[in-house]
Design a protein around this ligand. Structure first.
Ligand SMILES: [Zn+2]
Length: 270
């Protein structure tokens, strides 16, 4: 299998990969508290693992390269629990924006921002929106636990989907960093999740994570196992690989304007 890790490759190899029309995955993540039993690197470690596995799965259909993970994300809501490093929205957007511009300047034309942290979702979509009319590339944004939600849900016993330091993330960390998981009393850690960012029926209000959990966990990690973690990682990688391999992910947008319709031409590398 060819190398897929950008940081391990030489410049000329990356030039060749650009010339071959490779997809670039830019993983974005966080360094933030993950309860008393998981390390703060959890989202960064898992996001990188999923991205590398996805790139290897996609490779036969589309050559793919994975940049180093943007470990600094938007984690203000986790600050009250300690261990958390967060950016302002402005810094995060500039950082991800500049990295994508670098990738595109080297000739890559299909960029997948692959996110592993809920707090980054809104900003990630803003970055993709902003860049769409400005760069000669197609930017797609995904969060792996959402893209693979149906498949992942089948493997979880006590949760419908992946939450935070939960059954899913604890299981995956048992695969990736088993020595860093404190599994001595997982049964004591479970918490019910309430919508901590909600107001009214369907409105938004910012709150800290302390609103939904007293120990930094959201979900029920009691039944976490490495076997389950391996199945979740593979399901996530398979879903991201399918997204990369599908031609419609990168196809030019339709232009359904009739003849004589005015307006502004949208940038499309067609
Ligand atoms: Zn996490």
């Amino acid at each position: 299998m060819p190398e897929v890790d950008w940081s391990r490759m030489k410049a000329q190899e990356l030039r060749e990969r650009a010339a071959a029309g490779a997809v670039v995955i830019l993983p974005i993540a966080s360094i933030e508290q993950h309860g008393p039993h998981l390390p703060v690197m959890t989202d960064t470690r898992l996001g990188h693992e999923v991205a590398l596995r996805a790139a290897r799965k996609a490779y036969p259909s589309r050559p793919t390269v994975v940049t180093p993970v943007v470990w600094s994300g938007l984690s203000e809501h986790h600050m009250p629990f300690g261990g958390t490093l967060t950016l302002s929205h402005e810094t995060f957007r500039r950082l991800v924006h500049d990295l994508i511009i670098s990738v595109v300047r080297h000739g890559f034309r299909d960029v997948l921002i692959s996110n592993s942290h809920g707090g980054n979702i809104i900003a990630m979509q803003q970055i993709a929106d902003e860049l769409a009319s400005k760069v000669d590339a197609t930017i797609v944004a995904t969060t792996y636990v959402a893209e693979a939600a149906d498949a992942i849900g089948q493997f979880l016993d006590d949760q419908a989907g992946v939450q935070h330091a939960c059954e899913g993330e604890t299981s995956m960390m048992m695969v990736c960093e088993p020595d860093l998981v404190d599994a001595s009393d997982l049964a004591a850690l479970g918490t019910e999740r309430i919508g901590f960012l909600k107001a009214g029926q369907n409105s938004y209000r910012w709150r800290p994570f302390t609103h939904t959990t007293g120990n930094g966990v959201s979900g029920i990690p009691e039944k976490a196992t490495a076997e389950k973690g391996e199945r979740i990682l593979e399901a996530a990688a398979k879903a991201i690989a399918a997204l990369i391999a599908a031609p419609e992910t990168w196809a030019p947008a339709n232009d359904l304007r009739g003849e004589g319709t005015g307006g502004v031409p949208f940038r499309d590398r067609g």
